[in-house]
Design a protein around this ligand. Structure first.
Ligand code: FAD
Length: 455
């Protein structure tokens, strides 16, 4: 058997599974995917934890490499910035990037998933639906699978297994039983609830289409992302317990009163608010870090299975797709030397996925609270002015993460240095025109080296 005739078994046909599978078949491998859910193209079901995703540069790069991005252009909506809604229903728009090319893209999770599964199957990937992986015998190279329709258990040979089975990964569960496996999980005290703003009577969006809408309220927030069908997918983030929490919203009248007083311009746009609120589950958000991600050349974790992060930087799937890019590049360079490739993959990615996990937690405070602060908005203007003058030296943290493929660990480190500089430069002034450019020049040239900008 040649290396390429080997079958690679992937667990999970969520977002990373089919994209990785496609890359593997494009390189001549045979790939089978085992997915516990029914085929969403045939059965109407909830697409999963978040109904919309923001795709940015890292995700776009991976989709372009797979030959899929240009086709996806008609199922995405660019979002040029944040539209903040105050309690007094005033709107403030803050662009995400330095120009119109720096946008993030709203896409329905279900549509993205379907596109990926279609493309993978068209290239010869076999997806086995309603097949739950219950365990893996890494030494014998056997997967234990349960047919979710019949409850029947069976085993299947699997010499190389990649766990793309999300934050509650069964493959990681097996690794947890092995000695010297490091694992940490940190839940936020916040939950989230999916809600909807329907399209207007003409089928059009009832809010600005090309923006991510935020109702920042200090300790909590509501956000809305546009869909191509004229609707908005909304997510309410609230503490589980305490004041202004999910624990307080137990009746229809409590939900209506809460929205009327906190999000007065949103409630008239949400005719099905209470039905949605009580029909949809309250999700939890967790950061998972673990190591090692692989067991010899036999099993590997990728995507949320290896590193689940909270959603506040909009990077979970962008980071997962960047995992796929990295793994496929290593395979191109080293072939099917799985033990070496898996170990190099972890070396390249772990430091970066740890960094984006920390950046994502940090960004929660920015989104729910600081975006409403005039000093924060002023700092953003100063950042853009510095970037315009020093494009290779000073790139705002948000842009490093979202509009470039600068390693996340570099973005974290430089972001901390830049935060200190901004505090020093913005402290005494109120207007960008009053910026002390000599001081800015000295700080930037002494503390920042030129970036290798890959976008
Ligand atoms: P999943 O998408 O979770 O897929 C795992 C698949 O494995 C599923 O289909 C599941 O059914 C299957 N599976 C699980 N266990 C088994 C088993 N034992 N056997 C067989 N199959 C199994 N990311 C962004 O980049 N941008 C965003 O804007 C964004 N917004 C988000 C908003 C919210 C509220 C949340 C919670 C997440 C958000 N994310 C976002 C993160 C993103 O959703 C995840 O990073 C992404 O879904 C991870 O993909 P995955 O393929 O690794 O896992």
């Amino acid at each position: 058997m040649t290396a390429k005739a080997e079958t690679i078994s992937l667990i999970g046909a969520g977002l990373n599974g089919p994209l990785l599978a496609l890359g593997l078949v494009q390189r001549g491998f045979r790939v089978e995917i085992y997915e516990r859910r029914p085929d969403m193209r045939r059965v109407r079901m909830s697409a999963g934890r978040s109904i919309n995703l923001a795709i940015s540069t890292r995700g776009i790069h991976a989709l372009t490499e797979a030959g899929l991005w240009s086709e996806m252009r008609n199922i995405i909506l660019p979002m040029k910035g944040r539209m903040m809604h105050s309690v007094a229903s005033e709107l403030t728009f803050q662009p995400y990037g330095k120009d119109e090319a720096e946008v993030i893209n709203s896409i329905s999770r279900a549509e993205l998933n379907i596109e990926l599964m279609n493309a993978a199957e068209q290239h010869g990937v076999k997806i086995h639906f309603q097949q739950r992986c219950t365990s893996i015998d890494m030494r014998a190279g056997m997967l234990a699978l349960r047919d979710e329709r019949t409850g029947e258990d069976r085993t299947s040979e699997a010499s190389v297994v990649i766990g793309c089975d999300g934050s509650a990964s069964a493959i990681r569960g097996e690794m947890l039983r092995m000695s010297r496996f490091n694992f940490s999980q940190q839940y936020l005290d916040y939950g989230y609830k999916e809600l909807t703003i329907p399209a207007g009577p003409d089928g059009k969006h009832v809010l600005e289409t090309n923006a991510l809408h935020i109702w920042p309220r200090g300790n909590y927030m509501l956000i809305a992302l546009p869909n191509v069908d004229g609707t908005f997918a909304c997510i309410l983030f609230l503490p589980f317990e305490g004041p202004d929490s999910f624990a307080e919203l137990t009746t229809h009248s409590a939900v209506v009163e809460f929205f009327q007083s906190r999000f007065p311009d949103a409630i008239p746009l949400m005719p099905d608010l209470t039905d949605n609120f009580f029909a949809n589950p309250t999700g939890a958000m967790v950061t998972i870090k673990c190591a090692p991600w692989h067991v010899k050349g036999r099993a590997l974790l990728l995507g949320d299975a290896a590193h689940a992060i909270v959603p506040f930087f909009g990077q979970g799937i962008n980071c997962g797709f960047e995992d796929c890019t990295c793994l496929l590049e290593l395979i191109d360079r080293h072939g099917a030397d799985w033990e070496f490739v898996f170990s190099e993959f972890q070396k390249a990615r772990k430091i970066n996925t740890d960094a984006i996990a920390d950046l994502a937690v940090e960004n929660f405070v920015e989104m729910r609270d600081r975006v409403a602060d005039p000093r924060f908005l002023f700092r953003k203007k100063v950042e853009l002015a510095l970037e315009a003058k020093y494009p290779e030296l000073f790139v705002p943290k948000y842009a490093m993460v979202t509009f470039h493929r600068i390693p996340y660990a570099t973005a974290l480190k430089r972001g901390q240095v830049q935060d200190r500089m901004l505090a020093e430069l913005c402290g005494p002034i109120e207007r960008v025109e009053d910026l002390d450019w000599n001081k800015a020049d000295r700080l930037i040239r002494s503390e920042l080296t030129p970036l290798d900008l890959v976008s």
